[in-house]
Design a protein around this ligand. Structure first.
Ligand code: RAT
Ligand code: ZN
Length: 424
């Protein structure tokens, strides 16, 4: 029998130690393995020009959008540092994230200029920095976002052997299919260019096109050894619906997932480009239709769905839906919800409704070092919410042991994912 938890101080210490010491499987990031070369972003200039910060700087900046985008990356970073960090206090989540990262990497908080940081990076290679960051963040593995419709990424997968690209076992692939499901006219043209016999005017019963799209999806799952297929969907997503997306999901993507025995990840509720002048920072949130998820889980009981929703208003119904369907795994606090106050509220609600059967967080890191802050901030909240839940069962007389905490935390931060995708 392991150590019995008897006091609330001992409980808090044990939970926070366990959460910090448990290595994370980060199920959704935009990071790449070092073998992908320049695809992997890192460095102070990348951190400061993260699109979350671009949105924030433009609220203060005297520059027009065109002037800002006309600057080089280094100049954009300097501008953001000046405006968001030196002229105002950097306490927004995205600004504070940079500070947490600097602190944990042992760098000065408020350097007089960015050269100080740039200089520090010169002693690292991509590989050594990956090691340092994974160790500092205590992350053992991450899932990338791999888009076969991105010409540069596609040609890399086609030119290199995929064993070469998958050499670093800490990085796993996920096949991302936004263009296929959200812009069929353009993606059908591409598919034809690449030798798939598909019609732009896709109709129910067009067996040839359906078989060809399924072949495309299946080939890419295989090439990437994808752990899951993923798509982000607008808040206007409905299923079933009289549209090409429903048809492609029902007849191509979901069958390809079943055949490969992998889940489909749905990230629902993003209203893309409400302000295109902001570039990648111009996307908005919208409340989505939970019934679409309900219908999918019901229609495909033998498929599994990893689901995250962007709108706060969707969180409660999503958690309740997961009580109804065991083929639904709720994950993460996505994007604008990845802030301590929302993580706290949403995680607590999920723990109350779903116990330990959720994946509480993913990082969405786009820049390598963001693993450090995103997980540091999330871990703190998860540990505090978890302590409260344990305290309640202690109060009810439940004998809690340190090993129980270790088991639950390992499930939450890693094993639930591996079991859900049938790799454990
Ligand atoms: O969080 C983000 O960085 C967003 O820009 C998106 O990439 C989002 O996470 C997505 O995967 O679509
Ligand atoms: Zn993402």
């Amino acid at each position: 029998m392991s150590e019995l938890i008897v006091s609330s101080t001992q409980l808090k210490d044990s939970v926070s130690r366990t959460v910090n010491e448990t290595a994370i499987t980060d199920i959704h990031t935009h990071l790449y393995a070092p073998q992908f070369g320049d695809f992997l972003l890192y460095g102070i200039d990348e951190q400061l020009t993260y699109h979350y910060l671009v949105a924030e700087v433009m609220r203060h900046s005297p520059l027009s959008y065109e002037e800002f985008w006309g600057l080089s990356k280094r100049q954009q970073a300097e501008h953001i540092w000046q405006v968001l960090f030196l002229e105002h206090s950097p306490y927004s989540e995205a600004c504070r994230g940079v500070l947490t990262t600097l602190q944990h990497l042992g760098l000065e908080a408020k350097a007089c200029n960015l050269e100080v940081y740039r200089e520090w990076y010169r002693s690292y290679t991509r590989e050594t920095l990956v090691d340092l960051v994974f160790q500092t963040a205590n992350v053992k593995e991450v899932v990338m976002t791999n888009d076969p419709f991105d010409e540069a990424e596609r040609s890399l997968w086609l030119s290199q052997s995929s064993d070469q690209l998958r050499k670093d076992a800490r990085f796993h692939a996920a096949l991302r299919l936004d263009p296929l499901l959200n812009d069929w006219p353009a993606s059908s043209r591409k598919l034809r260019e690449w030798g798939y016999d598909v019609k732009e005017d896709l109709l129910e019963g067009d067996e040839r096109s359906i078989a060809e799209v399924t072949r495309f999806v299946t080939e890419w799952i295989g090439r990437m050894n994808a752990l899951y297929v993923a798509v982000s969907l607008p808040n206007s997503f409905h299923y079933p619906f009289e549209d090409t997306r429903s048809l492609l999901m029902r007849h191509c993507v979901i069958p390809a997932c079943s055949q490969a025995d992998i889940p489909l990840a749905l990230m629902i509720g993003v209203k893309r480009q409400v302000n295109p002048s902001l570039g990648p920072a111009g996307d908005m949130v919208g409340r989505a239709d939970i019934e679409a998820v309900e219908r999918l889980c019901w229609e495909f009981p033998n498929n599994r769905f990893l689901v995250t929703m962007l709108s706060r208003e969707n969180q409660y119904e999503l958690a309740v839906l997961a009580r109804k369907f065991r083929n639904l795994m709720v994950f993460g606090n996505w994007w604008f919800l990845n802030t301590p106050s929302f993580i706290k509220e949403i995680t607590q609600m999920r723990f109350e409704l779903l116990g330990t059967s959720v994946i509480p967080q993913h990082s969405d890191a786009r820049i390598l070092e963001q693993l450090v802050y995103k997980w540091n901030h999330s871990r703190r909240v998860i540990a505090s919410v978890l302590s409260e839940q344990y305290q309640k069962i202690l109060d009810a007389g439940w004998p809690l042991e340190a090993d129980d905490i270790k088991r639950d935390v390992a499930d939450l931060l890693s094993n639930n994912f591996w079991r859900f995708i049938h790799r454990k």
